[in-house]
Design a protein around this ligand. Structure first.
Ligand code: ARG
Length: 279
């Protein structure tokens, strides 16, 4: 099956406000033409291995380009995001309408319960498990509701570094059950929970330089990994696990605190079977 990803062209993209530390000092400092070139290059790369669907960019919501934050997809269900910051809340009706038109069953969280979709909720690639980042944007209180709607086990993880304010900035489950992540972005208890669920030989911790280059914010489609930048050591590490790594500069989007993965939302997320432990 060909995977499908939802993207939104940067027609109205700019850094117009500050809601994360990456945006500080970058208001009105972006270059929309450069952003468009970078976005087109990423779209072309993904388009070679998957199908890219588009949601129309709306004016006055410059961060709508970060479709990972539209909500969370599993099979034909979609949990709509409830943005923490008023600056992004006007994106919600646009995403709700797109998913309803596409035939998804749309679930809506109660008011006052922030949840930022696949920015903070990432499906494990080995087990039917949802990792949920909280501490900056999403509220841990949404876990029981989402677990019930999607019938999935949820493992909350506490994010403690404000530069890594969404789970997908520091945590990337990869095909085959691997996990690329930045341990320092999590509190000690969450690091222990990760270690308890993912065997050491499947964990790929990244160093500060790679984390700050948004290496964990990677799009993984099958054996392909698309990201802004990765060191030679990390590239080698990923290659040795069978991944083909492709770097594509996304510096314009980093001014807003996002990179490759934030610019996409995987639409073909299927429930994984429960793997029986070997006897
Ligand atoms: N400026 C956006 C925000 O702060 C960036 C979102 C990046 N998206 C992501 N999935 N990490 O909300």
């Amino acid at each position: 099956m060909t995977d499908r990803y939802l993207m939104c062209a940067p027609d109205h993209f700019e850094v117009a406000y500050v809601i994360n530390p990456w945006m500080e000092g970058n208001v009105a400092r972006g270059d929309n033409q450069a952003a468009t070139r970078q976005w087109n290059a990423l779209t072309r790369l993904i388009g070679k291995v998957a199908q890219v669907e588009r949601v129309m960019a709306a004016p006055s919501v410059p961060d709508m380009v970060f479709t990972a934050n539209a909500g969370l997809v599993l099979d034909s269900k979609f949990v709509l995001s409830r943005f923490r910051h008023p600056e992004r809340q006007a994106e919600e009706p646009h995403f709700a309408a797109w998913f309803a038109t596409q035939g998804f069953e749309v679930f809506t969280l109660p008011p006052g319960m922030p949840f930022e979709g696949a920015g903070d909720a990432l499906l494990d690639r080995q087990a039917p498990l949802l990792w949920l980042g909280y501490g900056h944007r999403s509220d841990q209180a949404c876990a029981p509701l989402i677990a019930g709607w999607l019938d999935i086990d949820i493992q909350p993880l506490k994010l403690v570094n404000e530069r890594f304010y969404h789970l997908d900035t520091c945590f990337c489950p990869l095909e085959g059950g691997y996990l690329m992540y930045y341990p320092a972005a999590f509190d000690a208890a969450s690091q222990a929970r990760i270690a308890a669920r993912v065997p050491a030989e499947y964990r790929i911790p990244v160093v500060d330089a790679d984390a700050f280059d948004f290496a964990c914010n990677a799009v993984n489609c099958g054996r392909h990994v698309f990201l802004n930048r990765a060191s030679a050591a990390l590239t080698h590490e990923l290659q040795s696990r069978g991944f083909a790594v492709r770097q594509t500069p996304l510096t314009e989007f980093m001014k807003a605190g996002g990179s490759a993965k934030c610019l996409t939302l995987k639409l073909t997320e299927a429930r994984l079977p429960v793997v029986q432990a070997a006897a």
